[in-house]
Write a protein that binds this ligand. Structure first.
Ligand SMILES: NC(=O)c1ccc[n+]([C@@H]2O[C@H](COP(=O)([O-])OP(=O)(O)OC[C@H]3O[C@@H](n4cnc5c(N)ncnc54)[C@H](OP(=O)(O)O)[C@@H]3O)[C@@H](O)[C@H]2O)c1
Length: 332
């Protein structure tokens, strides 16, 4: 089969299309024909080994010291089951599915555990919409619902709301019943209002620290502030959420974990069957809309990476087949 092969850590042109062997199928695994797979800011970090702060050690240990251990990357997929292992129950050939794996999605087919982070795609949800959800949706679900326990009526500030995680943070916070203030570039205002933000602020002209102690949650997706800087804008029990592991947030997290006051939280979102099923329910209910910038053929994977690095607004997808690419482009 054809796959995007990563020749080492570095520039986008290290990615090349190659003929690779089909992965073997285990008894509890599914073989999935990929229809759409996103290229995210997280993928760029992995390709360049640009792991922030202290996560450089964990990142290199997990993904490869001198180069990526897994040469076919891409972790999120939407597609169709084409083969099931002997012990698989709950999935059959022909099922439309989506989910997340650690690697292997930038290929014509990938193999995933049937008990892993994979779920049926709800009726009427196209591959592009489903493939867009796990990265930002899964991260927002983990941070806002599981880590910060956002409650209806709480006020959530999303910094970096126009990016891959932020667009879903706005939507997930709304599903949880929060009032959402979204911060990013002014040119993303209409998109953010369309995703459900109650208030949109221009990052160039607005300083959230002047808002008073009004936010129950500050989700610092852009990694531009800190717990200590945020405290003035947090309520007495407000939570500051960080996606980047650094000494400062680790220290703040340790010293605020007890006491019931303001808290700093760093975490890592790990996709699971349960999280993908929650996203499937929200997709079925029409709560999560994608913002797709473009869908390119898999052979243009390097160009897809460059688009993301050039800060295109919206998600960039790749698709191994011309037909599914054309369908995904209709969503863009
Ligand atoms: N811990 C975890 O589990 C986890 C999970 C997923 C992602 N991550 C990490 O989270 C980070 C964000 O991911 P992402 O996919 O959302 O990245 P992204 O798509 O690059 O989005 C970042 C957004 O922040 C905006 N921004 C930059 N500076 C800003 C500022 N000063 N104020 C307000 N907005 C600002 C960017 O705007 P412009 O592009 O227009 O400048 C962009 O819209 C990445 O480092 C990723 O690796 C961590």
């Amino acid at each position: 089969m054809i796959a995007a092969w990563t020749n080492g850590y570095g520039a986008a042109d290290l990615l090349e299309l190659r003929e690779v062997p089909e992965p073997a199928l285990g008894a509890d695994e599914l073989r999935i024909e990929v229809e759409a797979s996103p290229v995210t800011a997280g993928d760029i970090r992995l390709r360049t080994a640009n792991f922030p702060g202290m996560s450089v050690f964990i990142g290199r240990a997990m993904f490869g010291i001198f180069g990526p251990r897994r040469k076919v990357q891409g972790s999120i997929f939407a597609g169709t089951v084409v083969e099931v292992g002997a012990e698989v129950t709950g999935f059959a050939v022909g099922d439309a599915v989506f989910g997340e794996s650690l690697w292997g999605a930038w290929a014509q087919r990938l193999v995933v555990s049937a008990s892993g982070a994979v779920a049926h795609r709800p009726d009427g949800v196209d591959a592009a919409t489903a493939a867009a959800a796990p990265y930002g949706g899964g991260t927002a679900l983990h941070f806002l619902k599981e880590a910060a326990s956002v409650q209806p009526g709480e006020r959530v500030l999303v910094i970096g709301a126009g990016g891959g995680v932020g667009r879903y943070a706005v939507q997930v916070a709304k599903v949880l019943g929060a009032h959402v203030t979204a911060v990013d570039r002014e040119r993303k205002r209409d998109m953010l209002l369309g995703l459900g933000a109650d208030v949109v602020r221009d990052r160039e002209s607005w300083d959230f620290r002047t808002a008073g102690a009004c936010f129950d949650v500050i989700f610092d997706i852009a990694d531009v502030t800190s717990f200590s800087e945020s405290r003035v804008a947090l309520t007495e029990t407000g939570r500051y959420l960080s996606l980047s592991l650094g000494l400062r947030v680790l220290f703040d997290m340790l010293r605020t974990r007890r006491g019931g006051g303001q808290r700093a939280i760093f975490s890592v979102a790990m996709a699971s069957r349960e999280s993908i099923e929650v996203l499937a329910t929200w997709l079925a209910a029409g709560h999560l809309a994608p913002v797709v910038a473009d869908c390119l053929p898999l052979e243009d994977i390097a160009q897809a990476h460059v688009l993301v690095e050039d800060r295109v607004v919206g998600l960039v997808l790749v698709s191994p087949s011309r037909e599914s690419m054309a369908r995904s482009r209709e969503v863009a």
